[in-house]
Design a protein around this ligand. Structure first.
Ligand code: NI
Length: 227
């Protein structure tokens, strides 16, 4: 399942991000591609061990920790420090699956990538091409979101970024290790939680069936989550 989350970053935050990113020194993205990805990857990336990537990345982690839709959808255990990329004219990233295990920079810790995330940092009308296409079990889904919006998709999916033909696509991307590894279980929990949230608004949090469903949600988490 592909989940889009609007306004992860506000208009003002995107504007501030872009002030830093537009001044930053971008590097050839193929420096950091794995051997399989190398021949399909043509874009630019920021050095994520330096500013401004460090501060902007930690700001993203802070806003995500307060975003209820993100928490419900990802049930995050570990989050890779957000990275930043840019696709200028003729730049593209061909079909690939992201690496399964990543070492968290600056630590000896390894994480499994369960979910891949992209936060768009340029308005779609300001560039042509640059769509993110993700193969799902229901066919290919293509996304090109408003600046500040995020898409979350299973890291097991084959995906590609179409060639940019005008302007530039700027984004942040990163991975999440979920407390619930299984995609179907994670989707069930997300759907149940969304329904409980809606019922809570309609019926109030002390309604007996809301209390029951909320208890079932937590009991499923207890069965399925690894921390
Ligand atoms: Ni990728």
């Amino acid at each position: 399942m592909l989940i889009t989350i609007p306004n992860v970053l506000s208009e003002e935050e995107v504007k501030q991000f872009r002030e830093y990113l537009d001044e930053a020194q971008w590097e050839d993205g193929s420096n950091t591609a794995g051997s399989i990805a190398l021949n399909v990857k043509r874009n630019q990336q920021l050095d994520d061990t330096k500013e401004p990537a460090l501060s902007l990345g930690s700001h993203i982690l802070k806003v995500l920790s307060q975003n209820p839709i993100f928490i419900s959808a990802a049930l995050p255990h570990k989050i890779y420090p957000p990275k930043f990329n840019k696709y200028g004219v003729n730049e593209t990233y061909g079909a690939h699956i992201d690496g399964s295990l990543m070492q968290i920079p600056g630590t000896s810790e390894t994480m499994r990538t369960d979910l891949s995330a992209t936060i768009f940092l340029e308005e779609p009308e300001n560039y042509e091409g640059g769509e993110l296409s993700i193969e799902t079990k229901y066919g290919i889904q293509t996304v090109k979101l408003a600046a500040g919006d995020m898409v979350l998709y299973p890291s097991t999916s084959l995906h590609h970024v179409s060639k940019v033909t005008k302007g530039a696509r700027v984004a942040s991307f990163f991975w999440i290790q979920s407390m619930v590894k299984d995609i179907a279980q994670r989707e069930t929990l997300f759907n149940l939680d969304q329904s409980v949230q809606k019922l809570t608004l309609e019926l109030g949090s002390s309604h007996q069936e809301v209390v029951n469903l909320s208890g079932i949600y937590h009991n499923l988490i207890r069965q399925w989550a690894n921390t």
